[in-house]
Design a binder for this molecule. Structure first.
Ligand code: PLP
Length: 342
């Protein structure tokens, strides 16, 4: 089958014609010299949206997260995060390698951390214990099936961190999905976090790039670390232009992705090969296969119909909706799912 409907990740999107036009006509310069006005415009635009002082354009979300962790810790410190966190599971051991910090893993409900979970895990001052210095939240929670934090939940974690003197970083790879789903305002976020990482190359549909937001002092330090990691880019304005275009045109439409994900979840829940579907809040559908079925068989059966998705554990399959999944494709997928015999 040539025709593929690709739900493996929201990173598979290709730039639209209009986005490519915006990229081609970008004004660029050498950003390592601070001379690329399009990169600066992207950084300033996001910093303003989120009520933070400055931004730093980086090649990937892994890099923005790792730079933030390096900014907010010293070697021998400890980072507190959920056991499913991207910063811990999917960044290649970068916390140990880049920051020489240890990690305290928490078991949040669908990856959501609360002050009740965090507070007992903050080490008191004692030479035996690593110094707890940073909490990392993820919003939406990838392994939590795109679950969103409420602003109240974030505020309580922020309050605990301020009292205890810990920094707070947000892995906001899919933060715009959360904002569209909850109706919360971007401008409220800056107040709660020391660092925010935003991906432009997921649901927003840009080909490359993430931006780290923080105070001027944090971003000054972050710029040094980006250079050390080899992430200083020259005429990166061509890429930043895609990000600016995405922010101007691709935020509100995330609601369509969420609607499509709910429709897929609803039809999956009616089939006999699905045991249960995690409640859908944004653009991620996670479902467990029923006894007698294997994830490999279900993935292969869908693949035969040109529908691509990934198994994320021995029992779980993930579908992610995005800019390149149309309502028609979702209708076609639902017809296939209804008749599927894995
Ligand atoms: C995708 C993702 C990132 C960043 O990934 P890159 O591929 O390095 O851009 C970070 N956090 C979460 C939760 C993600 O899903």
């Amino acid at each position: 089958m040539n025709y593929k409907i690709d739900y493996r990740s929201d990173t598979v999107t290709k730039p639209t014609a209009a986005m490519l036009d915006a990229m081609m006509s970008a004004k660029v310069g050498d950003d390592v010299y601070g001379e690329d006005e399009t990169v600066s415009a992207l950084e300033n635009k996001l910093a303003q949206m989120f009520g933070m002082e400055e931004g730093l354009f980086c090649p990937s979300g892994t890099m923005t997260n790792q730079i933030a962790i390096k900014c907010f810790t010293q070697p021998m410190d400890e980072v507190i995060c959920d056991q499913t966190a991207h910063v811990y599971r999917y960044e290649g051991g970068g916390i140990a390698y880049n920051s020489m910090a240890s990690v305290r893993l928490l078991y949040g409900e669908r990856g959501i951390l609360t002050p009740e979970l965090i507070e007992p895990q903050i080490n008191e001052e004692n030479i035996h214990f690593p110094k707890s210095s940073l909490v990392v939240l993820e919003n939406t929670v990838n392994k939590g099936g795109g679950k969103c934090y409420t602003l109240e939940q974030i505020e309580t974690v922020h309050n605990l961190c301020s009292i205890k003197g810990l920094k707070l970083h947000l892995d906001g790879a899919r933060l715009f999905n959360a904002l569209v789903a909850t109706g919360d305002k971007a401008a409220h976020y800056g107040h709660y976090f020391d660092g925010i990482s935003i991906c432009l190359s997921k649901g927003l549909g840009a080909p490359v790039g993430s931006v780290l937001l923080g105070s001027a002092a944090t971003i000054h330090k972050a710029r040094r670390i980006r250079k050390v990691l080899g992430g200083g880019m020259r005429q990166a304005g061509f890429l930043a232009a895609a990000g600016i275009y995405a922010l101007d045109h691709h935020i509100d439409r995330l609601a369509e992705d969420h609607k499509n994900a709910k429709a897929l979840a609803d039809v999956l829940a009616t089939t006999n090969f699905v045991e249960k579907v995690m409640p859908v809040e944004t653009n991620i559908v996670l479902f467990d296969v029923a006894d007698g079925y294997t994830v490999d068989k279900v993935v292969a059966a869908l693949d035969k119909h040109g529908i691509l998705c990934n198994a994320t554990s021995e029992k779980t399959i993930r579908l992610v909706t995005h800019l390149d999944i149309s309502a028609t494709m979702v209708d076609q997928t639902m017809e296939v799912i209804k008749k599927l015999v894995p």
